[in-house]
Design a protein around this ligand. Structure first.
Ligand code: ADP
Length: 616
């Protein structure tokens, strides 16, 4: 692209336009947040440069002292945030602040719709911070040059936020990015050095780079550092107030709310590091986006290294935010080294222990807080037993479930509490999995358990199948699904009818053929005539359904039909001589059992036909 390329005008996508309209017209509380966002972007840009320069020191050019400058000019009514970080190429400008909406745009718009205060503080989480410039500016200019490109590859981006922006290639000597806000008339409060310093100290004190402003007295003279630029985590715990921890959290997590809890530790000995880890009070919008992991930032001797260090936290703790600062890793550590570093492995193991310990304490001493945690992150923690074999027992102690004993209380039951309430002679922890809590509660499988007063855990999260396939036991007691064929409740007091049921069972087998793998007499039914179960080693019907819904192939497991031979309906079948009519009844009992499970029928039309035949 030549330097005198014409000015190109580009259009924002509809979603970005909507976002900009909101920024311009609807955000009234916490407008000053825009400055935090711009300073935070500038700081990220410097961190990126430092990281890239580890492999290519030439990127520093002749300007190695990374810093951020905030300047204002009352005459032109402009406020400028300038950094000498990584900068952007023309393509990167289009990608990052141009045409297409970023992944958080939609989530942000939705969050704002629900937010009556129209609070700008929400912005940070959603990765749309740059656009917050338009809360206070009628026109925004962004000048940038990427480190490593020559001066002729500078870019000038300008927009008034109304739907378009212009792009122009310029000659730019300075590396990095400069954002110039042409302030609206009602935003002149930001042309005040005292006010700006106050905002920077409030929101950006923890930025580890210096944020510089020109001293008031010397017009056009020296600049001075505004923020303390010290690493909070490196200070002694006793010197840090809760407010400071909370502000720091908001900065690292891009959150607007204080965290639920934190743990701050200095580890000494063979492996020296400091960790400051937070548990947020609310799930981020992208919690389920398993590819997006940017929870814990890695530093080496106070120098930021990277923030998507997924080696630092397992996925089931992806909600954890914070920093880990190692004294042992080399400063030029690369992603490749991180992949197979014993130092990292031990830091990770130690940090996981800290978080799990923190959660355990919370569960024991602060029930209400723990309930909040469980509501927000319980489903993620349930991935733990599958992912982290070594800590399985500890994770299992943190799990909470709804149960038949008090289903209205919600998921508050721990496995330990279950064990304490177990009946004399009970040798398993019983659970049922269904699509919803209501479906679980109404399942015919629970009838006999209820009658005998046996407690059953009610599982209805999507992740539950995954959980129970990895958590096979707790403190020596196996977890057992009530829908498994080998759960037999009262073999000793067999139904008297069972003795003569042999013929009936045979007729059912003939009538149902390949649709079932077996027909048996049930010990688990009280009010329902029939139910379906699966063998211990077969995949559960619920899991088969989940896999099918997810478009994956599931082995076709044929269910076992269980009959309640004391049920009047089943008893009556013995007197039906006509084979065709008997076969209709047999199918119907199988089909209603599948429906009661929440399953779908292969031949729904056939079911309706049979039902109508029998009703008429
Ligand atoms: P976020 O910073 O959360 O990703 P923003 O809307 O604030 O979202 O910024 C969008 C992107 O634009 C950033 O991810 C970054 O790639 C780029 N960007 C913004 N400001 C700068 C800057 N000062 N220097 C370099 N790149 C920047």
């Amino acid at each position: 692209m030549s330097v005198d390329a014409p000015v190109e005008t580009l259009e924002f996508q509809a979603e970005v336009k909507q976002l900009l309209r909101l920024m311009i017209h609807s955000l009234y509380s916490n407008r000053e947040i825009f400055l935090r966002e711009l300073v935070s972007n500038a700081s990220d840009a410097c961190d990126k440069l430092r990281f890239e320069a580890l492999g290519d020191a030439g990127l520093y050019e002749s300007d190695p002292a990374l810093q951020i400058e905030v300047l204002f000019d009352k005459d032109t009514k402009t406020l400028t945030v300038r950094d000498n970080g990584i900068g952007m190429s023309r393509e990167e400008v289009i990608e990052n602040v141009g045409t297409i909406a970023r992944s958080g745009t939609k989530a942000f718009l939705e969050a704002l719709e629900q937010d009556k205060a129209k609070d700008a503080a929400l912005i940070g989480q959603f990765g749309v911070g740059f656009y917050s410039s338009f809360i206070v500016a009628e026109r925004v200019e962004l000048l940038t040059r990427r480190a490593g490109l020559t001066a002729g590859h500078g870019v000038r981006w300008v927009s008034d936020g109304s739907g378009q922006y212009t792009l122009e290639t310029i000659e730019r000597a300075a590396r990095g990015t400069e954002v110039i806000l042409h302030l609206k008339d009602d935003a002149s409060e930001f042309l005040d050095g005292w006010r700006l310093r106050q905002i920077i100290r409030r929101y950006s004190d923890h930025i580890t780079l210096p944020v510089m402003m020109r001293s008031e007295s010397e017009e056009g003279g020296e600049t001075e550092r505004v923020n303390s630029a010290s690493a909070l985590w490196a200070r002694a715990k006793s010197e840090i107030s809760d407010e400071e921890y909370a502000e720091f959290y908001k900065h690292v997590a891009h959150d607007w709310e204080a965290p639920l809890a934190w743990t701050h530790n200095r580890v000494e000995g063979r492996n020296e590091y400091t960790s400051l880890l937070f548990i947020p009070a609310r799930a981020p919008f992208d919690l389920w986006d398993r590819d997006r992991m940017h929870g814990v930032k890695l530093y080496v001797k106070r120098v930021f290294i990277m923030d998507d260090a997924e080696k630092l936290m397992p996925r089931y703790l992806r909600f954890v935010r914070g920093v880990i600062d190692s004294n042992d890793l080399p400063l030029n550590v690369s992603r490749e080294i991180l992949q197979s570093s014993a130092v990292i492995d031990s830091i990770r193991a130690g940090s996981v222990k800290k978080i799990l310990g923190q959660l355990e304490q919370m569960a024991e001493n602060e029930a209400e807080k723990y309930a909040t945690f469980w509501k927000e992150f319980g489903q993620v923690l349930k991935e733990g037993p599958a992912e982290d074999f070594a800590n399985r027992e500890q994770i299992a102690r943190l799990l909470r479930f709804a149960s038949t004993q008090d289903s209205a209380a919600g998921p508050v039951m721990s496995l330990k509490a279950y064990l304490e309430r177990m009946q004399e002679g009970q040798d398993a922890i019983y659970y049922i999995i269904a699509d919803t809590l209501a479906a679980a509660l109404n399942s015919p499988h629970l009838e006999a358990f209820r009658k005998k007063g046996l407690e059953v855990l009610l599982l209805s999260d999507r992740v539950d199948e995954w959980l129970v396939s990895h958590l096979r036991e707790f403190e020596g007691k196996p977890l057992k699904s009530v829908t498994r064929a080998d759960v037999k409740l009262d073999e000793e007091d067999k139904h008297p009818e069972a003795e003569q049921a042999g013929d009936l069972i045979e007729r059912f087998k003939t009538a149902l053929g390949e649709s079932v793998s077996d027909v048996r007499i049930s010990t688990r039914l009280v009010d329902s005539p029939s139910c379906v179960v699966t063998d211990e080693h077969d995949m559960s019907l619920h899991l088969q359904r989940l896999l099918k819904e997810a478009g994956q192939s599931a082995p076709a497991v044929r269910p076992i039909l269980e009959l309640n031979v004391s049920h009047p309906l089943v008893a009556r079948l013995k007197s039906i001589e006509d084979d065709a009519r008997f076969s209709d009844w047999a199918r119907l009992l199988l089909e209603q059992a599948i429906l009661a499970e929440g399953g779908a029928l292969d031949d729904a039309a056939g079911f309706v036909r049979r039902l109508n035949r029998l009703m008429s």
